[in-house]
Design a protein around this ligand. Sequence first.
Ligand code: FES
Length: 145
Amino acid sequence: MIKCYDITGTISVTCALYANGKKNKTKANAIRKTIKINEYESIMEKIFACKTDDVKPGTMKKVTMDGKEIVVTNLNGEFFACSDTCTHSGASLSEGTVDDHKIICGWHGAQFDCRTGNLEKFPVTINNLQSYTVTKESDNIMIEV
Ligand code: FES
């Protein structure tokens, strides 16, 4: 039996193979890895996020796509997308501020690089943000989720 499902961007795969009535763990693990990679690649879908005019240079906008809250940032005409949820205590980053390439959380000031999602500054180590691939098609901002 092979089962694949997507939980908020993370692929979880349950796979059990039976040979001669016995569970074959090694083979199941190999197949699980393959499925994980293939499913991850196949589920990435480019979806319309908003119009380029919706995000003026030096600003950001929250969009919800495929159940995910994402902050789109316009850095001098280039668009970037990261998870909107601060990895410290869950603030909506789009309610914070943007300073050049930095998104600054409005609650306790964590700073993330909008281009990569990486944490830039905070007194303690917290996780980076999930970042997403953005493409511009005409005046549409498309994000791979
Ligand atoms: S919730 Fe963002 S820094 Fe605390």
